[in-house]
Design a protein around this ligand. Structure first.
Ligand code: CAA
Length: 257
């Protein structure tokens, strides 16, 4: 059985972490497979949205694989951390919108994988946490950097220093997730959002992702300059004429991609 499964349908790719017996913990094989898959999907023009989720009833991803990490040397740990971080940079740099469908535990590397996605949706039974301090280590796949940027430094410090889990409603309250859906209809609801995004102007969606990603790392004036450039370049693409003509002619647009 493959540690990762990928399905593509209606411009949406779904990547499923598939080690339910270990609560989809991330070992070397899974990370390498994921990195390759994410880079391959990034090249595909027929994919607009990538949904990442976990197999089984209990977990999205319960973290990096503790069995694998137990005997690592500092150099091996550095390589392991870099591979995890590279997986998330591959998602952030992909032209597609990425969605984490968090169906259960998202702990340590699991929470970090969710935060590498553009959007996080939680099932009502999801649990988030950075419990690394319980194991005598720190976050290693970008959690100490992305969590404060997403929820603010105060809540991030509390989560990382205590290692305590938060439930889906608390994750929603602090802005870690975009929405919480009932467990019974979870993946269907996430797919509805994915389909909505996939139906919009592809060039506009790609540019929206890049302007927010690049703008967040800079100051407001530079960020607005980045936005202006992308806004202007939309007018060099046929989707702009098509989208506006379709509105004025009261019909659905036919995007070029
Ligand atoms: N690595 C390896 N195996 C794991 C795992 C992990 N992160 N999380 C769970 N498992 C395994 C368990 O060892 C167990 O295997 P066996 O059946 O062979 O004993 C199986 O998954 C089921 O787990 P539990 O029996 O523990 O299930 P539970 O429902 O009682 O508890 C849990 C669930 C609270 C998530 C608990 O499994 C847990 O605390 N897991 C570890 C979570 C963690 O610490 N994650 C952070 C890892 S460090 C990290 O990710 C570093 C980084 O930033 C890169």
């Amino acid at each position: 059985m493959a540690v990762l499964e990928t399905k593509i349908s209606e411009r949406i790719a779904t990547i499923i972490f598939n080690r339910p017996d270990s609560l989809n913990a991330l070992n070397l094989e899974t990370l390498e497979f994921f990195h390759t898959t994410a880079k391959e999907l990034a090249e595909r023009k027929d994919v607009s949205v990538i949904v990442v989720t976990g197999a089984g009833e209990k977990a999205f991803i319960a973290g990096a694989d503790i069995k694998h990490m137990q005997s690592l040397s500092p150099l091996q740990a550095s390589r392991f951390g870099k591979l995890g971080q590279d997986c998330l940079f591959a998602l952030e740099n992909a032209p597609q919108i990425t969605i984490a469908a968090v169906n259960g535990f998202a702990l340590g590397g699991g929470c970090e994988f969710a935060m590498g996605c553009d959007l996080i949706y939680a099932s009502e039974k999801a649990k988030f946490g950075q419990p690394e301090v319980n194991l005598g280590i720190t976050p290693g796949f970008g959690g100490s950097q992305r969590l404060p940027r997403l929820v603010g430094p105060m809540k991030a410090r509390e989560m990382i220093y205590t290692g305590e889990m938060i439930d889906a409603q608390e994750a929603l309250r602090i802005g870690l997730v975009a929405r919480v859906f009932p467990a019974a209809e979870f993946l269907g609801k996430v797919m509805e959002v994915a389909k909505t995004i996939a139906s919009k102007g592809p060039e506009a969606i790609r540019r929206s992702k890049v302007m927010m990603r690049d703008g967040l790392g800079t100051d407001l004036v530079r960020g607005c300059a980045i936005e202006r450039d992308h806004f202007a370049l939309c007018f060099a693409h046929p989707d702009q004429k098509e989208g506006m003509s379709a509105f004025l002619e009261k019909r659905k647009p036919n995007w070029r991609d």
